[in-house]
Design a protein around this ligand. Structure first.
Ligand code: MSP
Length: 507
């Protein structure tokens, strides 16, 4: 079974910030989870390099758009291994192979009769690189996202007959639930039922873009070129051969609500216009916000300048801690505020204490009381009952991209294991030779519980879980089928190795 997952491709007009890392980590958690399920995963991310915003930023900096794109694309590309993203390819829309495929695709749209020439006039946001419809304009003709004045623009260009897809899109929303969560599905549907207008497809003024094959004086409007990355990448980014047939349509697309309209309305219409299958699912997450001086939560964005630098956080606390924090603090799908203080507090109480300390204590007790060999005893049935069907719950939630909820279920078991230590007080059992069998059961149960949560946490915190699995002397890997309580160890007494330094050292 194949699982093809994407993130938005990021604009190269500025450096990456935590908001970009967030989408990519979310997609990475799902990609890793599906690999644990043995699926043929293809995970794509990359950069969106054409269009007005990049051309404008380059002009401001006195470099060519290509120079700016190369410089900033390199920073995004470097971010990926740093956040432990396991993307299989990094697409850059300035890649000539992408351009060729965009042209071929759009030529099909043209030949199928969905393109015409016309005059466009409207309010345009140069940062969004988008003309705004009436209900998207904030007070004083400003952009509601970027809070800058909109430009009144008029030009002759090519149009995409979006209106021709009114019925098919209404039908799509009447018969599927392809956009999640439901609030975003409703938003997209309302946009469609409000009546679709044709959208402009090319730019005459701009040169930084993909040339329109039937009219080389124009370049494609950046969104047409950008959305197609999800499709073009399969022909040259998925190995030696063209894998479009195997991997299209895409299984799951992750994005935030700022670009909902493009993905949930225009994108399916483009695919219909070319006769291609539609994505199976879009999952729309919310914004990471930061509290401003007035106590208001504001979207973290480069244009507002209120960004957390993911590199700094990772330098201090490690990549896994950042991956954990983002999805613990902010429910995937909703907006939520992040802060350095919030991060430090969860690091301390949850990562260092709940999980790190549980791991250190369990291993230290096995070392001390059983000379480092995990006892081959039957695990405690009462504890086993509390782990019953946990793997299925997690799989079920992650099937719906409920990353935060799945993490919460796993963490309930981490806490359960901590309570188990307190209830059983192994240090007391160790003092009484008659309790030796009981102590075996307790130590084995702790090691087993720890192993199960560690398999399930692997997608979230790949480095930490690898390390802990090694320290537990387990070599069974991370296949999801092994996330059953009672299915580890048994055949050979696993030898533990003390964790030094601890998984999450106190800062
Ligand atoms: N280039 C377009 C997308 C084209 S996709 C075919 C674009 N780029 S962007 O650099 O502005 O990135 C937007 C995406 O980055 C959002 O949809 C979201 O995935 C992520 N985020 C940027 N800021 C974010 C937050 N503050 N919070 C959460 N996600 C954020 O739009």
């Amino acid at each position: 079974m194949s699982f093809y997952i994407t993130t938005p491709i990021y604009y190269v007009n500025a450096a990456p910030h935590l908001g970009h890392a967030y989408s990519t980590i979310g997609a990475d958690i799902l990609a890793r989870h599906h690999r644990q399920r043995g699926e043929d995963v293809f995970f794509l991310t990359g950069t969106d390099e054409h269009g007005e915003p990049v051309a404008l930023a380059a002009e401001r900096e006195g470099v060519t758009p290509k120079e700016l794109a190369d410089r900033n694309a390199a920073r995004f590309e470097a971010l990926m291994p740093r956040i432990n993203a396991s993307n299989d390819f990094f697409i850059r829309t300035s890649d000539p192979r992408h351009k060729e495929r965009v042209q071929a695709f759009m030529q099909r749209v043209h030949d199928n009769g969905y393109v015409y020439k016309g005059l466009y006039e409207g309010w345009y946001c140069p940062r969004c690189a988008d003309f705004k419809s009436e209900n998207e304009i904030a007070e004083g003709n400003t952009c509601p996202i970027h809070r800058i004045p909109l430009d009144r623009e008029e030009e002759e260009n090519w149009f995409f007959r979006l209106s021709a897809f009114q019925e098919q899109l209404e039908q799509l929303y009447a018969t599927t639930d392809w956009v999640a969560p439901p609030s975003r599905f409703n938003e997209a549907r309302a946009f469609i039922t409000g009546g679709l207008q044709d959208v402009s497809l090319s730019r005459a003024k701009l040169t930084w873009g993909v040339e329109v094959p039937w009219d080389p004086e124009h370049v494609f409007y950046v969104w047409f070129d950008a959305l197609l990355n999800y499709y073009t990448a399969l022909s040259f980014g998925a190995g030696e051969r063209d894998r479009t047939q195997e991997l299209w349509p895409v299984t799951l697309q992750i994005l935030a609500k700022d670009i909902l309209k493009f993905h949930a309305v225009i994108w399916p219409a483009m695919l219909l216009a070319a006769g291609e299958a539609l994505p199976q699912k879009l999952f729309i997450h919310g914004y990471l916000t930061m509290r401003d001086a007035a106590g208001e939560d504001v979207k973290m964005s480069k244009s507002l300048g209120n960004v957390l630098d993911p590199f700094e956080v990772m330098d201090k606390f490690g990549t896994d801690a950042l991956r954990y924090y983002c999805f613990r603090e902010v429910s995937f799908g909703q907006d939520g505020a992040v802060s350095t203080a919030g991060f430090e507090s969860r690091y301390e109480t949850e990562l260092a204490n709940d999980y790190g300390n549980l791991a250190s204590r369990t291993i230290a007790m096995i070392a001390r009381y059983r000379d480092g060999a995990t006892p081959d005893a039957e695990p405690d049935a009462a504890l086993a009952a509390d782990f019953e069907a946990l793997d299925e719950e997690v799989v079920d939630l992650l099937d719906r991209a409920e990353i935060t909820q799945a993490l919460e279920r796993i963490w309930q078991r981490v806490r359960r294991l901590n309570r188990y230590v307190e209830e059983q007080a192994p240090w007391k059992l160790a003092k009484d030779p008659e309790q030796a069998a009981k102590l075996d059961t307790v130590l084995r149960s702790l090691a087993e519980g720890l192993r199960v949560v560690t398999v399930l946490l692997h997608a979230y915190m790949p480095e930490t879980t690898e390390r802990l699995m090694g320290a537990l002397g387990q070599d069974g890997g991370f296949a999801i089928g092994t996330a059953r309580f009672g299915e580890g160890i048994s055949t050979h007494p696993a030898r533990v190795t003390p964790l030094d330094p601890p998984l999450f050292p106190k800062q």
